[in-house]
Design a protein around this ligand. Structure first.
Ligand code: URA
Length: 227
């Protein structure tokens, strides 16, 4: 029997797909986002505050994993009827920006396996193209936390889920975690994979003509990795 979990995240308004969940839109979260959106924020602060949001997102992602009943004996000799996670998990980061979320996952899941997928735009076809994938060999038996900080057009994430499905991971065992999502990206992604949950920190207004999220925070990878 699977005990239903009770995520703290908010399901999104009726205009958005039911598989989309945002972090609770608290003043604290908005303050964290305000810092990382600010173009004057130093790289050190960007790292620190984006890591805080990533930690919240990973914890929230774990809230969406099913649990089963588990009984333990406490040091008092009493029996405690609790729960344990139903299955094994792994992370898969979409390179390069997704790598920034790996440490946040490792902080809360000790010795978690992490795979990597490199997807880039094919200049000839303008389609997302897979360049490299290194995934845990038993990934088909795991729940997958897919990591990419910015859901812009959704092209890379859609390709990444296609790769995971080719490796035997069912769509509903994938939880896609990102910091900021565009409405366009959510529509594309959820239209293609309605069973994959999307956990996002914030849903922004739109994409600009260069496919940057507006207001967004600019290029996440640049801000994270370049001085
Ligand atoms: N990737 C980024 O880093 N930023 C965006 O706004 C969109 C995609």
């Amino acid at each position: 029997m699977v005990v239903s979990n009770s995520p703290t995240s908010q399901s999104t308004p009726a205009s958005l797909p039911p598989s989309v969940f945002t972090l609770p839109q608290t003043a604290q979260l908005e303050a964290l986002f305000t810092i990382i959106r600010d173009k004057e924020t130093s790289r050190g602060d960007f790292l620190f505050y984006s890591d805080r949001i990533i930690r919240l997102l990973v914890e929230e992602g774990l809230n969406h994993l099913p649990v089963i009943p588990k009984t333990v004996t406490t040091p008092t000799g009493a029996t405690y009827e609790g729960v344990g996670f139903e299955g094994k998990i792994c992370g898969v980061s979409i390179l390069r920006a997704g790598e920034a979320m790996e440490a946040g996952l490792r902080e809360v899941c000790r010795s978690v396996r992490i795979g990597k997928i490199l997807i880039q735009r094919d200049e000839e076809t303008a389609q997302a193209k897979l360049f490299y994938a290194k995934l845990p060999q038993d990934i088909a038996q795991r729940y997958v936390l897919l990591l990419d900080p910015m859901l812009a057009t959704g092209g890379s994430a859609i390709k990444a889920v296609e790769v995971l499905k080719e490796h035997g991971v069912p769509e509903d065992r994938i939880i896609f975690i990102n910091l900021i999502a565009s409405p366009e990206g959510l529509k594309n992604f959820c239209g293609k994979y309605p069973l994959t949950r999307v956990i996002t920190g914030w849903i922004d207004q739109c994409l600009n003509e260069k496919a940057y999220i507006i207001p967004g925070l600019g290029d996440f990878g640049e801000r994270r990795y370049c001085v």
